[in-house]
Structures are given as C-alpha cells and as structure tokens.
Design a protein around this ligand. Structure first.
Ligand SMILES: [Zn+2]
Ligand SMILES: [Zn+2]
Length: 245
C-alpha cells in the first residue's frame, strides 16, 4: 500500500511538475531541485588562493601565498577555506535553505560539497578534533526552524559523531542580518555576540568552525575570538561559499 503522504505528493508532482530553482526549466527526476546545466555552473575555488583566508587571486597562475589583507592584518583564525564562489546556483540553494528552511536543497548541496570533503576529512584526522557550527540566536533559530550551519557541518563531516559540538557556542544577543550592513558596522554589530557555553569543551582543542557563507569574515572572526578566549588552540574555518573580493 502506498502511504497517503507519498501518494498525495505524487499527485502534486503530476499536476505541478517541479522546476529548477534557478532557471525554472521542468525537472524529471524525483527529488531533483536544480537542473544539471545550472549545477555545472558552480564555480569551485582553486589555487592560487590566499594560504590564510582562502581568497581567490585574480591571476590564475602561481601557487598559494598570503594576500595583502592577511599580510597587513593577520586574521584571528588560523585558516579559512570555502568550496565555491557565492553565486548561482549555490547562493540560491543556500538562500532557500536559510530563509525558507527548504531542506530539499541539502542533497544537492552535499553533491556540491562532495569533491571537497575527502581532503577535509584527512585534514581533520591529522590536525583537528572538534567541529562547531556558527550558532544562531535562540529566537531566530526557533523562527527559522533550523540552523543551516549545523546541517552543513553534518555534510562536511558525515562521520563526526560526538566530535560535532552542536551546542558548544551560543549567540548572546540578536543582531541585524550582516547583509544589511558593511565594513565597520558589521564588526560593531557582532562584537562580543558569541560565547562558548563551557570552556572545558574547547580547551586545548583544534576547532573546525562551519558556516554557510564567508563574506567579510566578521562572523567567523568574532566566533574565533570567543573560541580562543575559551582556550582553543586553533580555529580553521570552512564555509560552502565565499563572496568574491
Ligand atoms: Zn536550471
Ligand atoms: Zn588572505
């Protein structure tokens, strides 16, 4: 017997066949949210990158080296890496996940992240021992229904088990979305906005901090400050996407 929910979903799909989230072309495969053509447009970040903050260099020749920003002012965290540029189709998928709690985007995000995961797993085993997603303010989490960073951390580290510290960090106050601000306002907005609940969980640990998007690095910098203040010895940032620039 076909369960009622599956049967009704099948009827909806028959009447309203799903369309690609980006280009709106009709899709045929069950559970598909984006067409192969749009998916192939994801731009993977490739060397040469800044060896510290992971910034792409405009000149595609040469090897990784420090960018001018990191030379002038070394970031709080040890290193940051992102999988792809923050542009379509991935920006669209992350936006749906974050603001529409659309978890149907997760399998395709996992597909995007997959080529990156193997190297990360090796790096984790050799040098890091705890994974922490960037937290949301509790009221925002309740309203949104999910923390996208936690779901993405589970994709990055599928075998994390109890090394994934779901509640290790907390957001101590609600802040306007960073997207509405820039420069100094971003930094002031988030200053002191994160805390570690129990320093024993991070004391002497090497942390992988997971977020969805790296824009100016303000969020992960503020999280990094809180982690180091609590005794962490290294913070490595990993995000799905990075805003160019
Ligand atoms: Zn498409
Ligand atoms: Zn840099």
């Amino acid at each position: 017997m076909i369960p009622w929910r599956e049967w009704s979903r099948g009827c909806v799909e028959l009447i309203y066949p799903s369309r690609c989230y980006c280009c709106r072309i009709g899709l045929t495969r069950k559970g598909q949210v984006i067409c192969a053509d749009c998916l192939s447009k994801a731009h993977y970040l490739q060397s040469p990158l800044c060896s510290c903050c992971g910034r792409e260099f405009p000149d595609s020749s040469g090897t990784d080296h420090l960018c001018g920003f990191c030379l002038r002012q070394p970031p709080v965290y040890g290193r940051a890496r992102s999988v792809v540029r923050y542009e379509d189709p991935v920006s669209h998928l992350l936006h749906r996940l974050k603001y529409a709690a659309d978890t149907s985007t997760l399998p395709v995000l996992a597909q995007v992240i997959e080529p990156f995961v193997h190297g990360l797993a090796q790096e984790f085993q050799s040098a890091h021992d705890r994974i922490i997603p960037v937290p949301l303010f509790p009221a925002r989490l309740k309203k949104r229904g999910l923390n996208q960073s936690l779901l993405l951390a589970r994709i990055f580290f599928p075998k994390a088990g109890d090394t994934l510290l779901v509640d290790a960090m907390t957001r101590t106050r609600d802040t306007p979305p960073q997207t509405t601000l820039n420069g100094d306002a971003r930094r002031k907005n988030l200053k002191g906005a994160f805390a570690v609940r129990d320093p024993d969980t991070v004391q002497g640990r090497r942390i992988f901090l997971v977020d969805d998007v790296y824009t100016t690095g303000t969020t992960v910098t503020e999280c990094g400050r809180a982690l180091f203040a609590a005794g962490a010895v290294d913070v490595y940032v990993v995000t799905v996407a990075r805003v160019a620039g």
